[in-house]
Design a protein around this ligand. Structure first.
Ligand code: KG4
Ligand code: ZN
Length: 342
């Protein structure tokens, strides 16, 4: 039986380079949201080193959970369920969170809930916009994923489009590296773009032939690399700000184009964005403008809820809790877990 009192979920996220824990009540009330970022550590290597990420998660996870409970003024005795990201992500990193959650679940006899990382990103919107309810369309743009998703109800997701190669965030990271900005690329490209001309270089707006909703970013990344090589061979000056701004605009145009088609063709009147790239101000403004033009309600999480965090995992887990979709102690990390699969 589902409890009638408030539901307090302790959520854990360790799928990539953030060790995070949060306490979320009734899916939308975030009592604590602790994030220990490893970005500084991985910056030295120009990207996330999986082995280092796993080791750091092991070092930090207990501390982060204790902090989350303390900030929420709770102990494990107050918690109704433990939620954890079990995929997709780096297998060694995921395993740290999954093993921790299983240990707590076993020791304290608290139900365990396995959460899909991308569902978590989408559910970050419920925290930010308390009135938001499915159905709605959501563009998930992160370092590992670019999905256009129809959220049919709290537990049903239909993928309308996805990237055929690189994720949007991955393309940002690769281009940033090529123009000497380093890791993580997205925020750095956004920053220097403010001083650049987005019309300076006409990078291609890639479309996947015969498909309205899928994305392809690898060709756009290659176009930037070719442009840089061409400049070097001709002895032309490379204006970093212009390359960044022109690339950012090309990616945004493609994201907006597919979103526009999906809104037109599905007739859905609510549109949300999610994932690390959704914290990009220029992208938000472009999506907001699109939605205003079409008379559609626009939703986006604040930047701290766009990038990886555990509050979003707690938000997603609440609906599993209500549906009594609990995991057993055989829950495993699934690095390539598909959206909608369990
Ligand atoms: O959602 P996230 O934290 O982790 C994944 O699940 O992948 O997303 C990280 C990605 C990185 O590729 C990062 O460069 C990108 O999000 N990102 C941004 C911005 N902030 C983070 N991309 C563009 N503009 C930003 N402001
Ligand atoms: Zn993520």
């Amino acid at each position: 039986m589902i409890k009638q009192k408030e539901v307090r979920i302790l959520a854990i996220e360790s799928s990539c380079d953030e060790t995070a824990a949060a306490v979320v009540v009734d899916g939308r009330d975030v009592r604590s949201n602790i994030i220990s970022s490893q970005i500084a550590l991985h910056t030295i290597y120009g990207g996330v080193v999986p082995e280092i990420a796993s080791r750091k998660h092991i070092e930090k996870i207990n501390q982060v959970i204790l902090e989350a409970l303390k900030a929420a003024e709770m102990t494990l005795d107050d918690i109704d369920a433990i939620a954890v990201t079990y995929g997709p992500g780096l297998v060694g990193a995921l395993l740290v969170g999954v093993a921790e959650a299983k240990a707590i679940s076993y020791a304290k006899k608290i139900p365990l809930i396995g959460v899909h990382h991308i569902e978590g990103h989408i559910c970050a919107n419920y925290i930010e916009s308390q009135e938001l309810e499915p159905p709605f369309l959501c563009l998930v743009v992160s370092g590992g994923h670019t999905h256009l998703v129809k959220v049919q109800d709290y537990l049903t997701y239909e993928i309308l489009g996805r990237t055929m190669d690189d994720a949007a965030g991955e393309a940002f990271d690769k281009v940033a590296r090529a123009i000497g900005l380093g890791y993580p690329g997205g925020p750095k490209i956004e920053k220097v773009s403010k001083n650049g001309n987005s019309n300076a270089i006409p990078f291609p707006r890639a479309h996947v032939a015969g498909d309205a909703y899928n994305f392809s970013f690898s060709g756009m990344k290659s176009a930037v690399l070719n442009y840089l090589n061409g400049c070097q061979m001709k002895g032309m000056e490379i204006v970093q700000e212009d390359v960044a701004a022109s690339f950012q605009q090309a990616v945004i145009d493609v994201l907006v184009g597919n979103a526009q088609r999906a809104l037109e063709w599905t007739g859905i009147k609510k549109f949300a964005i999610a994932g690390g790239v959704a914290s990009n101000t220029t992208l938000r403004e472009a999506m907001e403008e699109l939605c205003t033009r079409y008379g559609i309600a626009f939703y986006h999480p604040s930047p701290i809820l766009c990038t990886d965090n555990a509050a979003m995992i707690g938000a997603a887990a609440y609906y599993d809790y209500l549906a009594e979709r609990f995991a057993g102690l055989d829950l495993n990390a699934i690095p390539n877990l598909k959206l909608g699969e369990r």
